[in-house]
Design a protein around this ligand. Structure first.
Ligand code: ACO
Length: 429
């Protein structure tokens, strides 16, 4: 394949190098475009054709439905690894040895205290506040409680910042949920594994023993692994771009949380359950909602369907669908919205509109069903996604800083008014 690309512009021919990734992904390097053309830029709303960086963390092939972290397939990782191992893999590049994993777990546990004054901030939020807004604020507030900026030239400083946030974020997540539910705040038990401790922090009641259900633990571990990274999506790009101004790690993560909140991104898991509930309340007529989704005059979209990159199937959705079945079976729950979800999926997979546009269930179509069965309130679903995505955001931020990437600053084509002289208020009609 060609190693150069050519552009004819204004009577001149310009040459640009073609770069190739390790999986033969092809990109045209247009770094010199403005200088050789006298200022022309590319225009690509939503960055559908634009690579923002080179990255060695996650590979995905949307046509073939492949997702790999650091070369390992998501199927193998979900089956054979636990979330902490995957976090280490993403952040440091290789699967940890037994000793490395043990040290990582101990270091995270030793940083899992959150300043008591953070509780005052939490108290100031109304109970009805959306947990994603609360979590984003608390994450940003952590900067004030841990003010030293990360010296990115020091491996030790980076490591300390990373284990701090991995230790404190589950505390913030559980506090956000417990405050909402009127439960006393809990620090969990650091003698437990990372995900077991998370479950304990979230669900333990002060007046009864908390026993971890292994089926739920396994499903939660899988959910967190499947959400752990997804290359340059909206929230990850946000973390990289905020971090590119050399804002601190916690501030960059706080921005990522806000980006993830939106219903077109991480907020879809909440939106899916709300949609399935609404269909159930409306008599369970899936055909009616399929028709609404296809009607261009109706803003309704089938939530949990479609993906910017996956145009064949989302490999994470398959694993999650199985885990949802396992959890509901184990808990003996018959959830009518699972039947509605399966019905919608069946109809969409054979519907011309969805087939033509390559719209398949995404990772969030079934995740909410599991979270609901675990007793997690619906507006906490995206918060759970946040916890899963945390290692990916950290890995991407670290890579961006270590590669000394320039500050992110897209350009624009201005389409506003040309110069016009100022008109004083008294003369305006
Ligand atoms: N329901 C109905 N139609 C849809 C849907 C949907 N869920 N998704 C896309 N389409 C249609 C669009 O209307 C468009 O049709 P057209 O070509 O006739 O105009 C076509 O499919 C392409 O859609 P785009 O919005 O251009 O695709 P894009 O790649 O920009 O968007 C997105 C991807 C945002 C995920 C979209 O599919 C969507 O809104 N899905 C529902 C929300 C959702 O589940 N988000 C979670 C994504 S996974 C994650 O972030 C973790």
């Amino acid at each position: 394949m060609a190693d150069k690309a050519y552009l004819e512009f204004d009577g001149e021919r310009h040459e640009f190098p073609v770069i190739r990734g390790s999986e033969d992904e092809v990109g045209i390097n247009i770094k010199t475009l403005r200088s050789v053309t006298g200022g022309a830029i590319t225009l690509d709303p939503g960055f559908k054709n634009t690579g923002a960086c080179e990255s060695g963390i996650t590979f995905l092939d949307g046509e073939k439905g492949i997702l790999r972290y650091r070369g390992y397939s998501i199927e193998e990782l979900a089956e054979k690894a636990d979330f902490l191992e995957v976090a280490y893999l993403l952040i440091f590049g290789n699967l940890p040895t037994k000793e490395e994993l043990k040290k990582f777990g101990i270091d995270i546990a030793s940083h899992s205290m959150v300043d008591e004054d953070v509780k005052k901030i939490l108290d100031a939020f109304p109970k009805a506040a959306h947990p994603m807004g609360v979590l984003s604020s608390l994450t940003s507030a952590l900067t004030a409680f841990n003010p030293s900026s990360v010296d990115v030239s020091s491996e030790e400083a980076m490591y300390n910042a990373i284990v701090r946030i991995l230790g404190k974020m589950p505390v913030l997540v559980s506090w956000t949920m417990r405050k909402k539910m009127g439960l006393p705040l809990d620090y969990g038990d650091t003698s437990l594994g990372y995900v077991e401790n998370l479950m304990t922090k979230m669900f333990r009641k002060p007046n009864e023993e908390y026993v971890i259900n292994p089926v739920i633990l396994n499903a939660l571990d899988k959910l967190l692994i499947l959400h752990a990274d997804h290359e340059q999506n909206c929230s990850t790009s946000t973390v990289r771009i905020v971090g590119s101004s050399h804002a601190g790690l916690f501030a960059s993560l706080s921005a990522g949380i806000s980006a993830l909140w939106g219903p077109l991104h991480g907020g879809a898991n909440q939106a899916v359950i709300e949609m399935l509930e609404a269909i159930k309340e409306d008599g369970g007529d899936t055909k009616k909602y399929m028709a609404k989704a296809k009607d261009k005059n109706d803003p309704f979209r089938l939530m949990g369907f479609g993906h910017r990159v996956y145009k064949n199937f989302d490999p994470r959705a398959r694993i999650i669908k199985e885990a949802a079945d396992e959890v509901l079976h184990d808990l003996g729950i018959e959830d009518p919205i699972l039947d509605i979800a399966k019905g919608l999926e069946q109809e969409a997979l054979s519907d011309e509109y969805f087939v033509k546009r390559k719209l398949y269930p995404n990772v969030d179509f079934y995740s909410g069903i599991i979270y609901r069965a675990m007793g997690i309130p619906i507006d906490m679903f995206t918060v759970m996604f946040t916890l899963g995505r945390l290692p990916g955001w950290i890995a991407q931020w670290k890579e961006m800083r270590l590669r000394k990437e320039p500050i992110g600053r897209p350009r624009q084509i201005y389409t506003g008014e040309n110069f016009r002289p100022f008109v004083a208020l008294k003369d305006r009609t």
